[in-house]
Design a protein around this ligand. Structure first.
Ligand SMILES: Cc1cc2nc3c(=O)[nH]c(=O)nc-3n(C[C@H](O)[C@H](O)[C@H](O)COP(=O)(O)OP(=O)(O)OC[C@H]3O[C@@H](n4cnc5c(N)ncnc54)[C@H](O)[C@@H]3O)c2cc1C
Length: 404
């Protein structure tokens, strides 16, 4: 069983926990925390565990001694003064270059398929940015956050890694059943929304219907295709968003003969110059992903650094994955029983300096056309937890408008 899009989410907001409570907790699958927190980083000629304690932090060969000792000085370092500072400069300034190269860079490749130079913490990682902004230090801010009292609702959020039993499509299928499949049109082609008086006419594949409200949650780059009336209103920049390209390769083995897959997965720092961004060990995290004794991996390639990889032929991709996995996971004989490639041409939107303009553009569009609500991964974060939170917020907004 394999995924072709997102593979795992974090129960990072109460909305995620509540969604599963609403749909039935029997579909929720969470990964064993001990395994999920065990993440590997490639350096030199092998994988090293990302340190998760003081002792492992001191012992790890991933970071330089200068940066390990320098952590003690982090609370005393001056606060930055550029709200649009990129993540590379932010981390170098607060934590040091080796931590940027061997912890943050692979994290950014793995989550955003981007580079720390292209990510602005204020927009992409607002919680991290707030630690320095409010407390002057990442360490002091984190300690303060841990001590903050939490409401019963906030306590539902955790670092737990989730999927659905049977894969993430089960989450969507269960949602659809709850909404009522008769209320959902799939594969809608030629979707076009146009305002008419106080309503919106939605046409799609030759049919037309009128609605008081329209919520659009496609990517920022698809909004004006569905809502052409938003063009030439001084907000075109909001919809001109860069999306990174990502290739996802599901690789399955009936019999696994490589190294022990005792963790979440392995990420590759760009300094190491390898051809994959990383691999997730999905069969270690979740049940029934591979036959007993086998393995199911999700390998990622491309991203901001190598968008050209998406143009490689399937054979070329196979050979790269073969070389990379064989050396990284000590596989002598690379003969997978399953090899599925998915190319995402518009995978992840960039939360760069254009982000505030985008948010402003969305708000202006909603003001100009009351009843129109814009969501999607162009605003509010890219992770599934962010998407679920936004979905709930949009639905609540609509219900409130309806009650008025
Ligand atoms: C390869 C990959 C791996 C990822 N891994 C993870 C992960 O492990 N964990 C995680 O939390 N996040 C992950 N993400 C990010 C996450 O998957 C996305 O941000 C999230 O799925 C976006 O959800 P969404 O509902 O906003 O948009 P989408 O899931 O993109 O849904 C938007 C839908 O709108 C439809 N649409 C758009 N325009 C139109 C139109 N004009 N007419 C009709 N339909 C239209 C699209 O076809 C699409 O079905 C990953 C993303 C990618 C690409």
């Amino acid at each position: 069983m394999w995924e072709t899009g997102p593979c795992t989410g974090t129960i990072g907001t109460p909305d995620v926990a509540e969604l599963f409570e609403d749909l039935g907790l029997d579909i929720l699958e969470t990964a064993d925390p001990a395994l999920a927190h065990n993440r590997y980083i490639w350096k030199g000629d092998r994988l090293h565990p990302l340190p998760s304690s003081l002792v492992s932090g001191i012992q790890t060969p991933l970071f330089s001694w200068k940066d390990k000792l320098g952590i003690l000085l982090e609370p005393f370092r001056p606060k930055g003064n550029d709200p649009e500072e990129n993540l590379a400069s932010f981390v170098k300034r607060r934590l040091g270059e080796s931590i940027l190269d061997y912890a943050v860079d692979p994290f950014v490749s793995g989550v955003y398929a981007s580079t720390p130079e292209h990510v602005i913490p204020k927009y992409a990682l607002p919680k991290l940015y707030a630690l320095e902004e409010k407390h002057g230090s990442l360490i002091l801010g984190s300690i303060h956050k841990m001590k903050e009292p939490k409401s019963e609702r906030d306590k539902k959020a955790s670092k737990k890694i989730f999927s659905a039993k049977g894969g993430l499509s089960i989450l969507i299928e269960t949602l659809a059943k709850n909404i009522g499949t008769e209320n959902i049109s799939l594969n809608a082609g030629n979707l076009c929304v146009s305002p008419k008086g106080n309503t919106f006419v939605v046409s799609c594949d030759g049919t037309e219907q009128s609605f008081t409200h329209v919520i659009f949650t496609g990517g920022a780059n698809r909004i004006t295709e569905a809502c052409p009336f938003l063009l030439n209103r001084g907000i075109d920049n909001a919809f001109a968003v860069n999306y990174t390209k990502v290739m996802e390769v599901a690789v399955g083995f009936e019999k696994w003969e490589g190294r022990c897959l005792d963790g979440f997965g392995a990420l590759v720092p760009s300094k190491e110059g390898r051809k994959i961004l990383g691999a997730l060990f999905l069969s270690s995290l979740f049940k029934n992903r591979a036959p007993k004794g086998g393995a199911m991996l999700s390998v990622f390639m491309g991203g901001k650094r190598h968008p050209e990889y998406l143009d490689l032929t399937d054979d070329e991709v196979f050979n790269i994955v073969k070389d990379e996995l064989s050396s990284m996971l000590n596989l002598k004989d690379f003969r997978p029983d399953l090899f599925e490639i998915t190319r995402h041409q518009n995978a992840i939107p960039m939360y760069d300096a254009a982000t505030p303009g985008r948010q402003e553009g969305y708000s202006k569009a909603e003001e100009m056309f009351p009843g129109l609500l814009l969501g999607g991964n162009g605003i509010g974060g890219i992770g599934m937890a962010d998407r679920i939170k936004q979905g709930k917020a949009l639905a609540t907004k609509l219900l409130q408008a309806h009650a008025r």
